[in-house]
Write a protein that binds this ligand. Structure first.
Ligand SMILES: Cc1cc2nc3c(=O)[nH]c(=O)nc-3n(C[C@H](O)[C@H](O)[C@H](O)COP(=O)(O)OP(=O)(O)OC[C@H]3O[C@@H](n4cnc5c(N)ncnc54)[C@H](O)[C@@H]3O)c2cc1C
Length: 444
């Protein structure tokens, strides 16, 4: 049971029962009984979320979707794919790529995260700057409602304006409106070619400025990632990849598309970086070199995790041109609160992850972490940004929801929730709990 009471945050919970449905009908039947008996249900994929979204409390049932892991169809004529929620996202993507097609959403956790979990979080990833996030690809789904009804919304057509857009109501709903039992996504042709470059900066702010400069020159890379010096230090200590230890930041840039265009795009991006004071731009000469750089980026989390007892991966998103200001503020606030942080950013989207290296057993330090998070969230909102770019609200950010939407906005969401789940059995205390789960009180 303990294996179902955690996620990728340091929060601790307790599950009283676990259901592992093998079909949509079974999931619906369990919900019907739980609704009748007033038993709260926490839908769960792989438990990799970073917002406390799958933490149960005593008396709750966890519904883990891992046994519903079939690919139902990859339709090369209509460029769609349909799967059950429990399939590991990386496996689903690989099967699609084997047919020369691409399902772009690529969270760094994709070799573990479930497809359904990524739909319920509307996960983003490294290619969001060019291709968008999960929300941009889901065109239909099946969901089991709190009362045990099964509904199908959207479909396989690329155009569909029948009725309210319930498909996108479920995408990103974090298990609070229904259990997703199947989803259909649209696909695109696999790009013909990809090229990677690493731009090295003496100043973090220059790296952040270069991001907008690249886009200003009408190049939209597939990925545009920023890694700061603290993160570089830990990545190099974990799996050396030749990242420069004396740089304040690097940008990792990947362009893709027609073979005839990628070199030109990469040259434009490299020139933009040099004009923004990059001291060096290294272009990967082959796929092996490029993969080594991306492997370094992907090793960021394990690299930081081995350096401290607890790592809290924060997530705010601002309009891209405010990234330099946000980066500066985060650095200043972490110093003021005496916190060690590493920073990576899906910089092309203005999506910043300040990763806090700390110890969840230290309640005093956790209070400073909470203050730091509150300050960066307020700053992101003041810059026209959002509480979370991809990790969701869960329980960690529930206390801040009204800061972004105001009382009337939150009330509107609560009314939608009450319509679909009148007894409030689906993932209670997530999204709306005013108190949320405090790190200083609720860590394992
Ligand atoms: C190392 C690491 C890197 C990460 N990188 C990224 C990244 O690049 N981009 C990103 O967006 N996220 C990232 N994440 C966060 C996480 O992987 C994503 O949020 C992912 O979408 C969660 O999928 P999961 O299967 O683990 O879902 P879970 O954590 O099990 O659940 C997530 C939420 O979805 C709900 N849920 C799960 N399945 C269903 C279902 N079938 N029906 C209804 N609700 C459901 C749960 O109740 C919960 O609210 C990362 C996490 C880690 C640990």
């Amino acid at each position: 049971m303990a294996a179902y009471a955690y996620d990728a945050t340091p929060l601790a919970g307790e599950a009283s029962a676990v259901a592992l449905p093998r079909s949509a009908d079974q999931a619906a039947a369990v919900l019907r009984v739980c609704n009748r008996e007033g038993v709260p249900v926490v839908p769960r994929g792989a438990g990799t979320n970073l917002s406390g979204g799958t933490i149960p409390q005593r008396g709750m049932l966890v519904m883990a979707m891992t046994r519903m892991d079939r690919i139902i169809e990859i339709d090369v004529d209509n460029l769609t794919a349909t799967a059950q929620p429990g399939i590991v996202l990386g496996k689903f993507k690989a099967a699609i790529e084997a047919k020369g097609l691409l399902y772009p959403p690529d969270p760094s956790s994709m070799q573990v995260a479930s497809f359904g979990g990524t739909v319920a979080e509307s996960a983003g990833g490294l290619s969001g700057v060019k291709y968008g996030t999960t929300r941009d690809y889901v065109i239909g789904l099946e969901a089991a409602l709190a009362n045990g009804d099964l509904i199908r919304v959207g479909g396989k057509t690329l155009k569909n304006v029948s009725g309210y857009d319930l498909t996108h109501l479920f995408v990103g709903s974090e298990g609070t409106l229904g259990v997703i039992t199947e989803a259909t996504v649209r696909l695109i042709p696999l790009p013909e070619a990809r090229r990677t470059a690493l731009a090295v900066f003496n100043l973090l702010e220059d790296a952040a400025e270069a991001v907008s400069e690249i886009i200003r020159r009408k190049v939209v890379p597939r990925s545009l990632e920023l890694i700061d010096s603290e993160s570089i230090k830990h990545i190099e200590a974990y799996k050396p990849a030749g990242l420069p230890l004396d740089a304040e930041a690097v940008l990792l840039i990947e362009v893709d598309g027609r073979a005839s265009h990628v070199d030109e795009d990469l040259a434009l991006a490299a020139a933009a970086c040099r004009d923004m004071r990059a001291r060096e731009v290294r272009i990967a000469t082959n796929a092996r070199e490029a993969e080594a750089l991306w492997a370094a980026r992907r090793s960021h989390y394990p690299a930081l995790a081995r350096a401290c007892p607890t790592i809290i991966i924060e997530d705010v998103c601002v309009p891209r041109h405010h990234l330099p200001r946000m980066v500066k503020m985060v650095k200043e606030a972490s110093r003021r609160h005496g916190l060690k942080i590493g920073m990576v950013a899906h910089a092309g989207e203005g999506n910043l992850h300040p990763d806090i290296l700390c110890d969840a057993r230290n309640a005093e330090e956790m209070r400073r972490v909470e203050q730091f998070i509150e300050e960066i969230v307020r700053e992101a909102l003041s810059l026209g940004g959002t509480l979370t770019g991809e990790h969701g609200i869960g329980s960690m950010k529930a206390p801040f929801l009204a800061w972004q939407f105001g009382a009337a906005g939150v009330e509107t969401m609560k009314r939608i929730k009450a319509t679909l789940d009148p007894k409030g059995i689906l993932n209670p205390d997530k999204l709306f709990s005013e108190g949320g789960m405090k790190l200083s009180r609720s860590c394992g």
